[in-house]
Design a protein around this ligand. Structure first.
Ligand code: ATP
Length: 355
């Protein structure tokens, strides 16, 4: 079952095309993230799905029912879609319980749903507090409880953590995911933070310039991005030239199996994507021919891992990421470089512009 289907959606504000041609499908029960840079149309997409904006063209279905297409525009309050905005969503003069109960019918209020959703977001016992007596993170959890309370077919979250500091954001992400899972909700989260999208969602939609350029499980989008722009947007990316032979990408750093089809016949030039964790450094082996070597330039320490910059003999610079489970390799050390795991590659001449 598909909770949300968007087909050929278009929406312009005057001459600005906010949605150019969006296609996407979100399975029921999924936690999907819409990821893209500022201005790519994420909020517009959410507002069209919620019914707060009209599409110029295309179709939106929620749980199989058409809610927007042609002249059809089901009003927001009849879509069973709940939107959690960035911040400030609570009524300041109502208690936590009254905020959550707002808009619920009497039967739902009576069946204990308010207490149930407050427990889900970890705020049981906070029913009588007023919004100004809560921290920013607690306020966002009440906003989520209010969205979940009427059991909507879809919960939309518009950068719900952007106003919070980094530590709180990380813990609230996990709480929100747990609450959505426990309630069996289907949710779509909009974010421009790739770490947030990859760690939180089980389905990622990458948007650029008003179109959805790729969607799939986070690990697939990371390991096998649709093009070099997506590759750079969802992580650290190095692009090196290579050739495909016998299903493997051959580069100056060695050969690696391919992720999917590189769209290249045997012997055709390709551009190969390397992630820093695929670049491994080891001591140079004396007397061993054919090894690729370079010199360590510097390290960037990131707590549980370190990013090491290496310069090859031909001047190419590469990043290598490894866990901090041993002593760092000193700057200036000569190291052997090998590639690990499967790589994504594109036909060189078909490589899209990376601007
Ligand atoms: P951000 O991450 O910065 O919130 P976004 O990806 O959510 O960005 P949108 O807010 O959907 O992007 O905006 C898409 C484009 O449409 C942008 O160029 C924006 O300037 C434009 N836009 C959005 N809302 C309006 C509006 N009400 N009137 C005119 N232009 C608008």
């Amino acid at each position: 079952m598909t909770a949300l289907t968007v087909t050929a959606a278009r929406k312009s504000y005057g001459a600005v095309p906010a949605l150019a041609d969006v296609h996407l499908a979100v399975p029921t029960g999924a936690l999907a993230a819409v990821l893209g840079p500022s201005g790519c149309g994420k909020t517009t997409l959410l507002r069209c799905v919620a019914g707060l904006e009209r599409l110029d063209a295309g179709e939106i279905r929620v749980a199989g029912t058409v809610v927007a297409a042609g002249r059809t525009h089901v009003p927001a309050h009849r879509r069973q879609v709940a939107l959690v905005p960035q911040e400030g969503a609570l009524f300041p003069h109502l208690s936590v319980a009254a905020n959550v109960a707002y808009g619920l019918d009497r039967a739902t209020r009576r069946d204990g749903r308010v207490d149930e959703v407050l427990a889900l977001v970890g705020l049981d016992g906070y029913q009588r507090r007023m919004p100004h007596e809560l921290s920013g993170g607690q306020q966002q959890r009440v906003a989520l409880a209010r969205a979940l309370a009427p059991r909507p077919r879809l919960v939309l979250l518009d950068e719900p953590f952007s106003a919070l500091d980094a530590g709180l954001r990380a813990s609230l992400r996990q709480d929100v995911r747990a609450a959505l899972r426990a309630d069996g909700a289907t949710a779509i989260l909009v974010t421009h933070d790739q770490g947030e999208a990859l760690s939180l969602a089980d389905h990622v939609v990458v948007m650029r310039d008003g179109t959805a350029v790729q969607d799939g499980p986070p690990a697939e989008v990371y390991a096998s991005p649709a093009d070099s722009w997506v590759a750079r947007f969802v992580g650290d990316a190095m692009l090196v030239p290579g050739v495909v032979r016998e299903g493997r990408a051959h580069t100056a750093l060695g050969a690696a199996p391919l992720h999917g089809d590189a769209g290249a016949g045997a012997g055709r030039p390709v551009t190969v994507l390397l992630r820093p964790e695929q670049v491994r450094l080891s001591p140079v082996e004396a007397g061993s021919a054919g090894q690729v070597t370079g010199r360590v330039l510097r390290h960037d320490f990131h707590g549980h891992d370190t990013l090491t910059l290496v310069r090859l003999d031909d001047g190419t610079e590469l990043q290598s990421r490894r866990l901090n489970d041993g002593p760092p390799i000193g700057a200036g050390t000569e190291v052997r470089i090998t590639i690990h795991g499967a790589v994504r590659a594109w036909r060189s001449e078909a490589l899209p512009a990376t601007d």
